[in-house]
Design a protein around this ligand. Structure first.
Ligand code: C2E
Ligand code: MG
Ligand code: MG
Ligand code: MG
Length: 283
């Protein structure tokens, strides 16, 4: 009967609505819980930095490590940077997180050198807000000064979105470059910027985004893009590193295309600093 059908529809509608709102609430509150607890998390030492080796494809030696922030939240457990970095960008806590990672990475690299490891570079991710708002050259100078690390052993990973064309971005990059710091473009090929920035900006390295690497053997177009990026990097006299290398087949492809370096689970996952030392002892 029509009334009963109408009643059911209303009930269902209400339930759907309630379900929807409680789900929304949960999402909103997870996001705001994260947002509100970053400062405290930093104070309590819940943030740490892991390091993922970068490998020279010809010699298979470690030529650098990428610093990747980790957060083990007291209530929520481990939270991925893919989740909390965008939130930290929104509420500007990225500035504090960024300084923490930069200082930690520089100090860590200096301790590795002091412990007698062959010197290599540490690469630190710099987010858009950190680059545009903070005085990045001053922050970097202070991290180098306090740690005693030489600038040639620090690399900053910038994304295409950061450097999109503004004159102030170019002059900031030139300032960093003049200090002797290496600059790379992270997630290369996923931004929307024009290629002409490659000739204007003082960068050293292109990092091929892991999405392209992942599909080398499943999508011929991704393989063609990887090939093209490598050749272009060589023609522009830039170093090139492939991210997200997981298989021997991917590595073999990169080798035939003369890609310089690789980073990915095939070699090593991001790890605690002590594990980096162990790798060296074994090597
Ligand atoms: P990213 O800078 O492109 O870093 C590479 C990401 O790929 C890392 O994820 C790394 O753990 C992961 N990865 C490495 N090799 C492989 C592989 O073979 N397969 C797969 N599937 N993944 C691999 P993670 O650590 O979760 O970081 C995600 C993103 O969060 C980073 O992407 C970066 O954009 C951001 N991030 C991480 N740490 C920081 C930081 O200290 N500051 C800023 N601003 N952003 C950070
Ligand atoms: Mg990176
Ligand atoms: Mg990347
Ligand atoms: Mg990224």
């Amino acid at each position: 009967n029509a009334d009963i059908a109408m009643y059911r529809a209303k009930e269902e509608g209400r339930n759907n609505f309630q379900f929807f709102t409680s789900e929304m609430n949960e999402l909103v509150s997870r996001k705001s819980k994260i947002s509100m607890s970053i400062r405290k998390g930093l104070e309590l030492g819940e943030f740490t930095v892991h390091y993922q080796p970068q490998i020279d494809i010809t010699s298979e030696k470690i030529i650098g490590v990428e610093a990747l922030v980790r957060w083990n939240h007291s209530l929520l457990g481990p939270i991925s940077p893919a989740e909390f970095i965008p939130i930290a960008e929104e509420n500007s806590m990225i500035l504090q997180i960024g300084e923490y990672v930069l200082h930690t990475a520089c100090q860590q690299n200096k301790s590795w050198q002091d412990a007698g490891l062959d010197p290599f570079r540490v690469a630190v991710n710099i987010s858009a807000k950190q680059f545009s708002q903070g005085n990045i050259a001053e922050i970097v100078t202070s991290a180098l000064y306090q740690s005693g690390l030489a600038p040639e052993f620090l690399e900053l990973e910038l994304t295409e979105s950061i450097i999109q064309g503004t004159a102030s971005a170019i002059s900031k990059m030139q300032e960093l470059k003049a200090m002797g710091i290496h600059l790379s473009i992270d997630d290369f090929g996923t931004g929307y910027s024009s290629l002409s920035y490659l000739k204007m900006f003082p960068i050293d390295t292109l990092k091929i985004d892991q999405h392209f690497t992942r599909n080398i053997h499943s999508n011929p177009k991704d393989a063609a893009l990887v090939d093209t990026i490598i050749q272009m990097a060589h023609n522009l006299e830039l170093n090139v590193i492939a991210e997200g290398v997981e298989t021997l087949e991917q590595l073999a492809f990169l080798k035939t295309k003369k890609c310089n370096q690789a980073q990915g689970y095939f070699f090593h996952k991001p790890m605690l600093p002590e594990m980096i030392e162990e790798l060296y002892v074994k090597a």
